[in-house]
Unconditional design. Structure first.
Length: 186
């Protein structure tokens, strides 16, 4: 069951906007460092190729963490299925006609004028099942891509914590600030 209403804004986004709704900010939100992850062995060739293409981009954008492996796997599997469905649609077309045995000759009679010796006649046209499969994989793929920040709109919703090269605090440094009253007990 889907959650009703708008998606909640991240803590980083609310802080950036000055928390206009005055909702309490989650001070204990987990902070996960970006990390490269290994692909699962179950990925097909198209999915593995997409994994190899997209993982460095997500890692460079500081989006990919070890917690996101399942989501990236789902995206890549949907991509692989989408590619297979696209190839099938290209092969058979979006619309297929049923093939029925020729009612006039009931077999491959070269003299039959209705089926012209093929033994079958075209029946009613219908949508290729691969068209529906392609649409299903596309829907799954775009949902996962949005969660990973892979669309222009979803990228506007993601706020990445700066790294230590920029001189800003990361990791434990962001929690244990001198004068904040936090002490390490050990």
């Amino acid at each position: 069951m889907a959650i009703r209403g708008r998606k909640p804004k991240s803590t980083a986004q609310r802080e950036l906007e000055g928390n206009p709704g005055r909702k309490p900010i989650n001070e204990n939100e987990p902070k996960v460092e970006p990390a490269e992850v290994e692909p699962p062995d179950t990925l097909g060739p198209d999915a593995k190729e997409e994994w190899d293409r997209i993982l460095p981009l997500l890692f460079a954008a500081r989006i990919m963490t070890k917690l996101d492996r399942a989501l990236l796997t789902a995206y890549c599997e949907a991509w692989g299925g989408y590619q297979i469905a696209c190839r099938k649609v290209a092969q058979v077309g979006d619309v297929i006609a049923t093939q029925v045995t020729c009612p006039a000759c009931k077999a491959k009679d070269p003299a039959c004028t209705r089926c012209k010796g093929k033994g079958v006649v075209s029946g009613n046209p219908y949508q290729s099942p691969f068209t529906n499969v392609r649409a299903m994989y596309y829907k799954q793929m775009t949902a996962c891509a949005a969660e990973l920040g892979m669309s222009p709109i979803s990228r506007t919703r993601i706020h990445v914590t700066p790294d230590s090269a920029s001189g800003k605090a990361t990791g434990a440094d962001q929690f244990f600030v001198p004068g904040s009253g936090l002490k390490v007990v050990g």
